[in-house]
Design a protein around this ligand. Structure first.
Ligand code: DC
Length: 228
């Protein structure tokens, strides 16, 4: 068994960017599973299909030829051979990713792909169901949370920094909708694993969170190496 770190939590808690920075600090590979669902969501939008329909989702899966590989430490998400990393960060694609992620055929396919990728390589994997379903035996599990208000404010700041105009109320409503969608689905909903360490970042800065997570992971790694 290899040392795996599962980081779960709601949208906008900072999982992806923190996982990326932690992977850098700790010389681990980072697998962003949200990017996988986002890529499938993008494919649905491109094909004019409805990501919330099960039969449309099955069609997307069949035609997307979705692949994830790593160039060095960088995860590349491909649709029919085309790298789509730079096209999947919009809120529209995030919502399509959340919708397509509820279907059994999609979850099963992503679950298998994620387990295969993590089987022999020590990784930090972030998502919604990593500690509960994908890697229930991960040596380190973290549940990263923040209040919806704080997550909406952070998202607004991020969008403004990138030169996008955005209205707080719309972002806040979007976050609540995504939370509802991700935690109420029948299969592998967003849920804190019982043995996950809960970190609420609402009152922490990015750097404070990063330091706290690094300390947790190093602690768990030492336990893992001692065989505890
Ligand atoms: O983390 P993110 O916002 O990039 O994820 C996009 C959507 O993908 C999210 O709203 C729900 C879905 N997702 C999931 O169902 N399971 C995961 N392990 C990761 C993401």
């Amino acid at each position: 068994m290899v040392f795996s770190v599962a980081i779960d939590g709601p949208s906008g808690a900072g999982k992806s960017s923190l996982s990326e920075a932690l992977a850098d600090r700790l010389a681990l590979i980072h697998l962003d599973t949200g990017a996988m669902y986002r890529s499938l969501g993008l494919q649905a939008l491109r094909m004019g299909l409805d990501p919330s329909s099960e039969s449309d989702a099955a069609q997307v899966l069949e035609l997307a030829d979705f692949q994830v590989d790593f160039e060095g430490k960088k995860q590349i998400n491909r649709l029919r051979g085309e790298a789509v990393n730079s096209l999947i960060r919009t809120d529209e694609v995030g919502m399509a990713g959340s919708q397509i992620a509820r279907h059994a055929c999609v979850r099963e396919s992503m679950l298998q792909a994620q387990r295969r990728l993590a089987e022999n390589v020590p990784m930090i994997i972030d998502g919604r169901d990593i500690g509960t379903y994908v890697l229930p035996n991960a040596a380190c599990k973290i549940y990263l949370d923040a209040s919806p208000e704080i997550r909406a404010k952070r998202r607004q700041k991020q969008l403004e920094e990138n030169g996008n105009r955005c209205d707080y109320d719309t972002i806040y409503a979007d976050i609540l909708r995504r939370d509802r969608q991700d935690s109420s689905r029948a299969i592998a909903p967003l849920k804190r694993a019982e043995d996950a360490i809960y970190v609420d970042t609402s009152t922490l800065s990015y750097l404070e969170t990063l330091d706290q997570l690094e300390a947790i992971i190093l602690d768990k790694k030492a336990e893992f190496e001692r065989g505890e």
